[in-house]
Write a protein that binds this ligand. Sequence first.
Ligand code: AMP
Ligand code: ZN
Length: 138
Amino acid sequence: MSAECIFCKIVKGEIPSFKIYEDDATFAFLDIRPVNRGHTLVVPKNHSRNIFDSAVEDWLAVTKTVRKLAPVIEKAVKADGININMNNREHAGQVVDHLHVHIIPRFKGDGFKLWSQSPYKEGEAVSVQKEIKAHLPQ
Ligand code: AMP
Ligand code: ZN
């Protein structure tokens, strides 16, 4: 636990939240500023900042809870789909430094666009593939 962390305080009940679900390792609650209704955050009870410093067991517990809740939330709010999103570090859009996964209900015609994409230039994919594979643990 981190004394100043807002999501640790939510897990401990020190500040209020609209709790959706809780088990031994995870806690899920409504995002206070939802992209769409039903937008839910799933966090591990153990504090970690993001995916990079999380214990594998905590990460697995979070993904298990996300797997459990995504279909429940989609059905409950009558969504047409769900985005699962996670921001890691400031420049990837992370604002709260306690690992969290967003479950975001999507509705036909809601107008939200994901990132634009473009194809690799000639030979670029092979060099990126090499760079990443060179960093894989042996
Ligand atoms: P991120 O940009 O991935 O760090 O997202 C942090 C999310 O936490 C934002 O979507 C906020 O709306 C949400 N949030 C911040 N404070 C609270 C709170 N007290 N209760 C619920 N959600 C919160
Ligand atoms: Zn925390």
